[in-house]
Design a protein around this ligand. Sequence first.
Ligand code: MN
Length: 242
Amino acid sequence: MITRRQAIKTTALATAALATWPSVHAQTNAAALATRPLSPFTLPPLPYAVDALEPFIDAQTMQIHHDKHHAAYVANLNKAAANLVGIDVAGPLTVEFLLQHLSNLPEQARPAVRNHGGGHYNHSLFWQMMKKNGGGEPTGELAKAMDTAFGSFSAFQAGLTHAALGQFGSGWAWLVADGKQLKIEATANQDTPLSTGRTPLLGVDVWEHAYYLKYQNKRTEYLTAWFNAVNWDFVAARFAQL
Ligand code: MN
């Protein structure tokens, strides 16, 4: 059982470790390791029914994408957690922390965290970046910032589509914040803008598993439809937290 006194001590250790990591990461901290769950990552439920994004994203794609693909990233990330036992960070290791410190991770754990941790993080965001009766255009401060960065909403759409089509093979296209500056970027595989210091605001999955059942090889048609599912409220909320 963890007493209140121990909990406070653990929190203090966590703060100290975060402040100085990675210089202390190789040291053993028995207290921290004892309190950190080894398999702390769980599959979040979809925030809506599997058919909520019809007709733009079909129910079967959503079900397989979430229940099989995302679930596999979580399971494999938890397996990789077994190689993270040498890291001296008290408390639960968040997937965000791991992805922000990839280069500091033990080499044997790094590829799995990059791929499966990235997959878990990207998909956890992706589900929330869409909603039933989504689409349209952003409003308020986000709309102003996007107009400043890209000229217009249609120019942004064209830019994101261009990045998504230009991503050879599997990957993502993103609206990111680099500090306060909005940018469009693409990442390969399950790489995430978080690992290069960006804040992902909106992302579109262009792995074939995201669209092949309904759109086959027609990535352009998928992208055009996908804009009708975007949850701009979620994007605006992330933008407001910058
Ligand atoms: Mn995916």
